[in-house]
Each structure stands twice: as structure tokens, then as C-alpha cells.
Design a binder for this molecule. Structure first.
Ligand SMILES: C[S@@+](CC[C@H](N)C(=O)[O-])C[C@H]1O[C@@H](n2cnc3c(N)ncnc32)[C@H](O)[C@@H]1O
Ligand SMILES: [Zn+2]
Ligand SMILES: [Zn+2]
Length: 307
């Protein structure tokens, strides 16, 4: 059942878009169906966009959010016929002829599909079972109507930034107070066999850089972060613990208790049926993330989130 209201802007048009070409229906065989999309160049574009996303889409880090360039490529591929491969880039970079077309995304998520379709002057409709998704998408679709730098917005930003900035600072020995770039979160679980509380890590590497041949890893016991050569497999911490960097406490959906070796399914209902998961910020993450800014490739999955 759809729990949330649809986003519907069928009666809205974009001012100044009269020059947009009208939608004349799909070709019998579109460029997308013909498989004539320049995937390699689009992948390059996606890599660049992934490193510096459109500020509009940063309004919320919705999970599995596709990139704007990917949707724009899909829309281009739908608007052109199978034999129009040579017109792909001129269409992609200019006006995709979708004025008057209706684009429906029944699982709208972060809203990228509808924003990109609106940019091509299509009329858009979206649904999502999650009201947060529809809220985000509504905002993204209407953001262009707001003046970005009014005194009222500046005042809100100042108040919010003062209230929140204290949560985004950390103390770095030798550097004083620093701004946190990423908070890493880790899920903890109490073992049903031995009662020990442990952290669920897929591995102990925070980031790595093939360019510099470095990796940033942390101690499984005290969380101290170290910069090591990428070839190192084991971290010997000053606290005395030895951490096998690639051997975390979860593998292929199975969690292993480091105290007794007992195992449980990561998604076991036993752990989630009655209580929310135990999640806490991981010590000293701000430190590493700051130091690693722009250098490494952040590599965490499964039980860890950044916010
Ligand atoms: C990964 S997002 C897809 C976002 C967007 N379509 C895209 O491709 O980037 C999937 C969305 O489907 C929504 N969803 C899952 N089941 C649904 C249902 N039964 N009805 C409506 N939305 C649903 C989820 O809440 C989520 O926002
Ligand atoms: Zn240690
Ligand atoms: Zn145990």
C-alpha cells in the first residue's frame, strides 16, 4: 500500500522553457533499447559527478541514489531512435525533447529521476512508500523557486550551524580542534551464546589509496588509526592487539563473535525483532577522515554508515 501522498506537479511548467522541443512519442526502437548508449564515456562522467555531486542532491543522502548523469543518459536514450547514436551527445548536452511527456517514478527515493526529467521539461509524478522520500523529492522539485540568499535563509543557516557545529568537531592530538569530515558508525551486538558485546566490522580498513600505496586502518581493540603500506596484512598496535586487517567480524552476512567464535546471521530477526540495532559513532573517525580528505577511497560497507 502507498503510505505517502504522490508528488504531482502536472500543472506546473518551468518559466522560460518555451524553446524546449515537444515530446513526439517514443521511437519503435529507442536508442536505449538498441543498446547504443556510450557507456564508457558515461562511466567517466559518473565518476566525476560522484566525487562532486550536485548540491541539490546533497539535501539528503538517500540510499542507493543514482546520479543525475545516469538519469539524463537514460532520458536521452529514450528520446532518440535506435539509429540516432551519433546524436547522443548533442542531445544530452542540449535539450532533450521531453516537453509534454509524463515521467512516472513509482519508487522515487531521492528524487533524482524526477529532477532530471523536469530539467528536460517533462511533467513528473512520483510515489514512494517512505514519506521521507517524497518530502525530499518535493523539496528538490521546488528548490528552484526559492531565493538562495535571502536574509531569512541566512538567519536560519546561522542558527542551525551554531546549534550543529559542536557535533562536528573533534580533538586531534597535535592539531587541536578540527572539523569532522565524516562520522563513521558501527553496529554492536550482544552475543546470544556468551553475552559479550562486540562491534560488527566487515574489515578494519577505513580508506586506501592506490596512488600513494597507503591504507588507513584501525586497531580492533582500541580503535587507534594507523597509516600503513597497502601491502601490510596485519596491524600491530601499541596497545598490544594484533588486527588482521581484512578479517572483520562479519563475512557474507554472517556475524562472528570475537569472544566465543559463535555465529549469527547479520539480518537475524532475533536481534531486530524487539529492539532497534545498537549503533554508535566510531572513535576517532573524524581524525582520519580529515587527514584523508581527497586522498583515499573510503571503503566501508554493511554495518557502517557515514552521516
Ligand atoms: C533505491 S530507491 C529508488 C530511487 C530512484 N527510483 C532511483 O532509481 O534512483 C527505491 C525506493 O523504493 C521505495 N519503495 C520500496 N517498496 C515500495 C513500495 N511497495 N511502494 C512504493 N515505494 C517503495 C523505497 O522506499 C525507496 O525509496
Ligand atoms: Zn590498539
Ligand atoms: Zn560470543
Amino acid at each position: 500500500m502507498m503510505a505517502s501522498l504522490p508528488i504531482c506537479n502536472l500543472d506546473r511548467t518551468i518559466p522560460g522553457s518555451d524553446a524546449a522541443q515537444p515530446f513526439s512519442g517514443f521511437s519503435e526502437r529507442t536508442l536505449l533499447e538498441a543498446g547504443q548508449i556510450p557507456i564508457e564515456q558515461l562511466a567517466e562522467l559518473a565518476l566525476r559527478e560522484g566525487q562532486r555531486t550536485n548540491p541539490l542532491y546533497r539535501v539528503h543522502r538517500w540510499f542507493a541514489r543514482r546520479l543525475g548523469s545516469q538519469f539524463r543518459a537514460i532520458l536521452t536514450g529514450l528520446a532518440l531512435g535506435g539509429e540516432d547514436a551519433d546524436r547522443f551527445w548533442e542531445t544530452y548536452l542540449d535539450t532533450i525533447p521531453l516537453r509534454g511527456a509524463i515521467v512516472l517514478d513509482p519508487f522515487v527515493g531521492g528524487g533524482t529521476s524526477l529532477v532530471e526529467a523536469r530539467r528536460c521539461h517533462a511533467r513528473v509524478i512520483g510515489y514512494d512508500i517512505d514519506p521521507v522520500a517524497t518530502l525530499i523529492t518535493r523539496f528538490e522539485l521546488s528548490a528552484g523557486a526559492y531565493e538562495p540568499y535571502t536574509p531569512a535563509i541566512a538567519e536560519v543557516c546561522a542558527v542551525v550551524s551554531q546549534a550543529l557545529s559542536k557535533f562536528h568537531t573533534t580533538h586531534v592530538p597535535g592539531h587541536g580542534t578540527c572539523t569532522v569530515l565524516h562520522h563513521f558508525w558501527v553496529e554492536r551486538r550482544t552475543c546470544h551464546t556468551c553475552g559479550a558485546l562486540s562491534e560488527i566490522h566487515p574489515h578494519y580498513q577505513l580508506a586506501h589509496s592506490k596512488d600513494t600505496g597507503c591504507q588507513w586502518v584501525f586497531c580492533q581493540r582500541c580503535h587507534q588509526v594507523y597509516e600503513l603500506s597497502l601491502s601490510r596484512k596485519v596491524l600491530a598496535c601499541v596497545c598490544g592487539a594484533r588486527t588482521r586487517i581484512s578479517c572483520g567480524t562479519v563475512r557474507k552476512g554472517t556475524v562472528r563473535c570475537p569472544a566465543c567464535g559463535g555465529s549469527s546471521a547479520l539480518s537475524s530477526r532475533r536481534y531486530y525483532a524487539d529492539t532497534p540495532p545498537l549503533i554508535r559513532t566510531h572513535k576517532s573517525m573524524g581524525v582520519k577522515a580529515k587527514k584523508n580528505k581527497g586522498k583515499g577511497f573510503l571503503r566501508r560497507r554493511a554495518s557502517v554508515w557515514y552521516v
